[in-house]
Write a protein that binds this ligand. Structure first.
Ligand code: KG4
Ligand code: ZN
Length: 401
């Protein structure tokens, strides 16, 4: 079956068309398009919800067209169709010109061969989420395709179970250029219980996965998420948004310079607490006080602070994840969320999995930050497990697992 995934929870507008072969749990990316709004938000030093919403409304149709073109799903209409125009405009009445853009696009093409739509309905920025949710409903009305509301954090967990299929295969996907090669993945069998560590801009969570799709949050941040703390520390150092990759770059430069952290030692908040919770705002404040005491900031000091900050973050993440693996006798460690794109953090957690002799599920770097592959995949796995399609659901910024 073919699933179209839509992701608009934050500052990426993304659509992925996934082919899932039910026989052997293999999925193939037919089309995958993503527009990152980072450059637009950079000047504000963070994500502005209403700007994110506006950008999603502008970019969803071009991104849909790009994904469909890649999937070889753009062909001229064979016969004049009954128009669902008014209904579409009503569904998208709050999304600027998105309704008229979609109708203009749909007029030129044949209904694509898609069986299901999966859309992120939370958690995330509510105005941004609503654009994706309404767009999914409009596509559903237009092409008569069922919609499956999907949890963004579950997408981050499930995408870690994909392992690249040994070779690029020809999936018989015809485009204007003939048959094109597509990336295939196997959905790995997970050994349960598993512990998932989710680290992103909005979340720092330890999740006990008791069996397939059965989640219990066993650890959470009491204040800032780790990605958020990194973004704020970057800002204190005068580095642009998003801060995570910048901090990583500066810390790496410090290591490359052969320097050892001597001057700065930041706290490891809650590292010795018996629970599995996190707190990162104290760490961020410690960096603030340090920065305030420095009479003249240099690139070298920034590198050293970035390094010391990251050391503290890695220590806390590894220590709490180790506790969770031990407490629940986990057989698998799953990691996900934008911060897992960081190479040092990936390695530290890989080593932890080795030390505890558990399976390790790590998403590819491109699937770590927000994307629509994870949403299409989560939609597929849930519908295969009996989730019903919905029509009346809402966006929910605080949706939990
Ligand atoms: O999952 P994600 O893309 O969006 C949310 O759902 O929040 O995560 C975004 C977070 C941001 O805080 C960003 O600074 C961080 O992930 N991030 C990184 C890297 N790429 C993104 N942190 C460290 N290293 C990276 N390469
Ligand atoms: Zn995310």
């Amino acid at each position: 079956m073919k699933i179209l995934g839509i992701e608009t929870s934050c500052d990426e507008t993304a659509i992925c068309i996934l082919h899932a072969s039910e026989k052997n749990d293999r999925v193939t990316i037919l089309g995958n398009a993503l527009y990152s709004q980072i450059a637009k938000h950079k000047e504000f030093g963070g994500v502005f919800p209403m700007l994110a919403k506006r950008e999603h409304t502008k970019n969803l149709v071009p991104i849909l067209e790009q994904a469909m073109r890649e999937a070889g799903m753009i062909s001229p209409p064979s016969l004049k169709k009954a128009s669902a125009g008014e209904e579409i405009l009503k569904i998208l009445e709050r999304e600027n010109d998105l309704g008229t853009d979609l109708l203009k696009f749909a007029e030129k093409i044949e209904r694509p061969d898609i069986d299901a739509i999966a859309v992120t309905h939370g958690p995330g920025l509510e105005p941004a989420l609503w654009v994706g949710v309404s767009f999914a409903k409009a596509l559903s009305a237009l092409w008569n395709i069922p919609v499956y509301p999907t949890n963004h954090m579950e997408g981050h967990i499930l995408v870690a179970s994909l392992s690249p299929f040994p070779s690029l295969i020809k999936e018989g996907c015809h485009s204007e250029d003939g048959v094109v090669e597509k990336l295939s993945y196997e959905i790995k069998e997970i050994k349960y219980p598993a512990i998932a560590l989710l680290i992103s801009g909005g979340h720092t969570q330890l999740v006990l996965v008791k069996s397939s799709l059965d989640y219990e949050i066993v650890g959470n941040t009491r204040d800032d998420a780790v990605g958020e703390a990194g973004d704020k520390v970057a800002r204190l150092l005068g580095l642009p948004y998003p801060g995570g990759p910048e901090i990583a770059r500066y810390a790496e430069a410090w290591i490359q310079g052969g320097k050892k952290n001597e001057r700065f030692k930041f706290p490891r908040p809650m590292i010795h607490s018996p629970d599995l919770d996190f707190s990162f705002s104290g760490l961020k404040t410690a960096v603030l006080y340090t920065v305030q005491k420095i009479p003249e900031m240099t690139e070298e000091i920034k590198q050293e602070i970035a390094f010391a900050f990251k050391e503290a973050v890695v220590d806390v993440l590894v220590s709490k994840t180790r506790m969770a693996l031990e407490k629940y006798g986990a057989q698998t460690l799953i990691v996900g969320g934008g911060v897992i794109a960081d190479k040092v953090i990936r390695e530290a957690l890989r080593q932890l999995a080795q030390e505890k002799q558990v399976d390790f599920c790590l998403p590819e770097i491109s699937a770590s930050t927000d994307n629509a592959l994870m949403i299409a995949l989560a939609g597929y796995i849930n519908l295969k497990n009996g989730q019903n399609a919905e029509t009346e659901f809402k966006a929910n910024g605080n949706l939990s697992l």
